[in-house]
Design a protein around this ligand. Structure first.
Ligand SMILES: C[S@@+](CC[C@H](N)C(=O)[O-])C[C@H]1O[C@@H](n2cnc3c(N)ncnc32)[C@H](O)[C@@H]1O
Length: 318
């Protein structure tokens, strides 16, 4: 028997795509926010990336969630309302919900309504007895997030190393925002990719099947779709590398020639070799993660790593 399911649309300001893209392309160092990767095609491509041999983060995080389920469940505690920010396909919420004792409800929060609908469907099939709701919202708008009603003791989770897609100042304010939502004794669980041999990291973002390249280039397809431009598929190429000074992988789209396009009534010029910076994915040490959590007002932390020490899951208590 399925329990209650509800979708709440807090109407994240998706229409900013056009404004944000034009602003980014008019900047001296061109950029597009990674949040625009996740339209229907982008979400499907990300799902494919997570299955690639070279892309270890998802596999490592799933290994931790499966192997350490009972320990994680014990630290998070019983009777909680579990909220995942950026829940994607919901697979990890399902695993977490299964390791909890008597969860009151699960709240999936994502900016993509398509992803939420798929995730709710998955949840309904795999955890039919746990009430679930989906909230379509931008989790960086913490004021909006704090308006979401969570029953019982709260447990917030932020997985998929999505924290690494934020800039360091935003990472800190996001974690502090989560702390504000929580009362003393409630938990925040974060999954993060660890610093390691750069070759392993670079292989993960330059897979041999070219799926990550398609994911990155999908931004050009999205620009074509939303602005009615006609940028050919070979106008840009995917480039990803580990910037060890910054401790992050950078993804770029590199212009393959001198070219210009009319984007929303504005002519945007690209020089050959010029980049559009599309994503940073920061990597962390355990001590950096613990320091961030401490600074935000969390005390005890429990740390779990996968068998190859590639990835960590940390639960911190508010
Ligand atoms: C890297 S995926 C991780 C998905 C899932 N947590 C996992 O670990 O497999 C990031 C997810 O966050 C969502 N997302 C990205 N930016 C967001 C934002 N500002 N507000 C809400 N969701 C966002 C995307 O739609 C996507 O589903």
């Amino acid at each position: 028997m399925q329990n209650s399911y509800e979708i709440i649309d807090l109407k994240p300001r998706l229409s900013d795509f056009k404004k944000d893209v034009i602003n980014g392309l008019l900047s001296e160092n061109k950029w597009i926010s990674p949040k625009f990767f996740y339209d229907r095609t982008g979400s499907e491509l990300f799902e494919e990336i997570t299955k690639l041999d070279e892309y270890y983060p998802t596999r490592a995080e799933l290994e931790i969630l499966k192997d350490k389920a009972s320990e994680i469940g014990e630290v998070i505690g019983k009777d909680v309302s579990l909220t995942e920010f950026g829940s994607g396909n919901g697979k990890k919420s399902v695993l977490l919900a299964k390791c909890l004792t008597n969860p009151r409800e699960v709240i999936l929060v994502d900016i993509s309504m398509d992803a939420l609908k798929d995730a709710l469907k998955r949840f309904g099939m795999e955890c039919p007895n746990i009430p679930a709701k989906a909230v379509c919202a931008d989790y960086t708008a913490i004021d909006v997030m704090s308006s979401i009603k969570m029953a019982g003791r709260k447990a917030i989770v932020f997985l998929g190393s999505t924290i690494g897609n934020m800039e360091p100042a935003d990472q800190r304010s996001f974690i502090a925002g989560c702390r504000k939502i929580l009362s003393d004794g409630e938990t925040f669980t974060i999954g993060a990719d660890l610093k390691k041999n750069p070759e392993v990291i670079e292989r993960a973002y330059n897979d041999s099947k070219g799926i990550t390249a398609m994911f990155n280039l999908n931004l050009i397809a999205r620009i074509n779709l939303e602005f009615g431009t006609n940028i050919p598929p070979d106008a840009f190429r995917h480039y990803a590398f580990y910037n060890s000074n910054e401790g992050r992988v950078e993804m770029h789209l590199i212009s393959t020639r001198d070219q210009s396009y009319n984007v929303g009534g504005i002519t945007i010029r690209f020089r050959e070799g010029e980049s559009i910076h599309t994503e940073n994915s920061y990597k962390f040490s355990i001590s950096e993660l613990k320091a961030m959590l401490r600074e935000a007002g969390f005390s005890e932390t429990s740390v779990w790593k996968d068998s190859r020490d590639l990835y960590a899951l940390i639960t911190a208590v508010a």
